[in-house]
Design a protein around this ligand. Structure first.
Ligand code: GLV
Ligand code: MN
Ligand code: MN
Length: 412
């Protein structure tokens, strides 16, 4: 497994160089470097004898179907888009490991059909909405999104066409009933496994999340001539609300709803100039918590706070929901099989919840779904220092071998 682990890590590092921004890894949905990623994945898959195609939403899909296997296939995969200034392993490692799992199944001559999916979009960076790839695969892609625009004003429809895709064919990307289930491998992106000295863990469930965009609209004006009490500063209003969010969540929500988290990670002020009062400020907002009712209650309360702040300051306020994804549990049967595989390899059997979102949470609504986490050194992710230990990658491949053998026995 050492050679497989080394290759998977080296490929992740090569793919990290395929980027929109020189010097750092940023690869949003269907941007130019995605073509290079597809080329590398295609090469890896075809070398194994897989049949490769790109679906209409831009997922690269490789099919491994040994002669004599039944109609049903196992789906494996993760995503290949990234956050800005990303690490090399979030998503991409899950794709490379999926390909290595196919290599293992081939080597063992397992009578198991496997489709590897490199999901085109999971982070929600380009259109403010995540899981575009897995939504198409599960038949839940909302065509109204095609008219949404990115920061450069390009619609999703136009971006797809520019990439060489036909948005009219998105429905064809959906899976049928000939699927055994879906397994996603992913780095933990948190500190728990490292603290406990454990290489891998089986995911129990994935925390629900709601994402919004908010818009404060004031009046741009001269920074030198406009007295403080006569300003309608959209950025100051946004700032007041951001600190209100932090206070409400830290002081109040965390006592009634422990573990709840909320984040404003993106602010776009216009015209964004040092000597001009901001005329508008657009913010991202996301809130994550298991219970949907509490998540919705806090969202409503924080929106009421934003409205009150805007009103007091004489500023316009508007918002739109981008995502409301409920908490999902992973499939018991597939997870039990993963745990048995972990045990058979001699690793501690640890289960863990996921605070991060994954394509698995969309897939889980359609097919039995399970996830395996690999320890994240330093607990760091969504950052260029994100890493993984080679020994843990080997561990995940050993687990893969045990899991695939068990699954092939059940299916065959
Ligand atoms: C995915 O990275 C997420 O935002 O949880
Ligand atoms: Mn991510
Ligand atoms: Mn990810």
């Amino acid at each position: 497994m050492k050679e497989r682990a080394e290759r998977a890590i080296a490929d992740c590092k090569r793919i990290a160089l395929m980027t929109e921004e020189p010097g750092r890894t940023t690869r949003r949905y269907l941007t130019e470097p995605t073509h290079a990623v597809h080329a590398l994945l295609r090469e890896r898959m075809e070398a194994l004898g897989m049949k490769v195609a790109v679906d209409a939403v831009g997922n690269l899909r490789g099919m491994w179907r040994p002669r004599g296997t039944g109609a049903k296939r196992l789906l494996l995969g993760s995503h290949i888009d990234t956050v800005p200034d990303a690490g090399a392993f979030d998503g991409v490692l899950g794709v490379m490991l999926a390909i290595e799992w196919v290599g293992i199944a081939k080597e063992l001559r397992l009578p198991l059909a496997i489709e590897v999916i490199a999901f085109s979009e999971e982070e929600g960076m380009r259109y403010g909405v995540p899981f575009l790839g897995s939504r198409a695969v599960t038949g839940t892609f909302d065509a109204a999104m095609l008219m949404w625009r990115d920061a450069d004003g390009e619609t999703m429809d136009a971006a797809m066409r520019a990439f060489g895709l036909d948005p009219a064919k998105i429905e064809d990307a959906a899976i049928g009933d000939d699927v055994i289930g879906f397994v996603e491998l992913h780095i933990e992106q948190g500190p728990v496994l490292e603290a406990e000295g454990i290489p891998v863990a089986v995911v129990e469930g994935i925390t629900g999340q709601t994402r919004l965009t908010l818009q404060f609209t004031g009046q741009a004006n001269h920074a030198g001539t406009t007295p403080m009490h006569l300003r309608r500063d959209a950025l100051a209003a946004a700032a007041e609300w951001i600190t209100k969010v932090e206070k409400q969540i830290c002081k109040t929500a965390s006592t009634t709803d422990p573990g709840i988290v909320a984040t404003v990670g993106r602010v776009v002020a216009e015209p964004n100039a040092g000597n001009v009062i901001a005329g508008s400020a657009e913010l991202s907002f996301e809130i994550r918590y298991g219970a949907s009712a509490a998540r919705h209650r806090w969202t409503k309360k924080l929106l009421a706070n934003a409205e009150a702040i805007a009103k007091r300051r004489g500023i316009g306020f508007d918002w739109a929901e981008r995502l409301d994804q409920q908490t999902v549990r992973m499939d018991r049967r597939l997870s039990t099989m993963l745990k048995a595989a972990v045990r058979a390899c001699g690793y501690p059997v640890r289960t863990i919840p996921s605070g991060a979102g994954h394509d698995a949470m969309v897939m889980a609504a359609r097919v039995p779904t399970a996830m395996l986490f690999l320890r994240s050194p330093g607990g760091i992710s969504h950052h260029p220092t994100e890493s993984v230990l080679e020994e843990d990658v080997e561990a995940s491949l050993n687990v893969g071998r045990e899991f695939l053998v068990r699954l092939a026995n059940r299916v065959g």
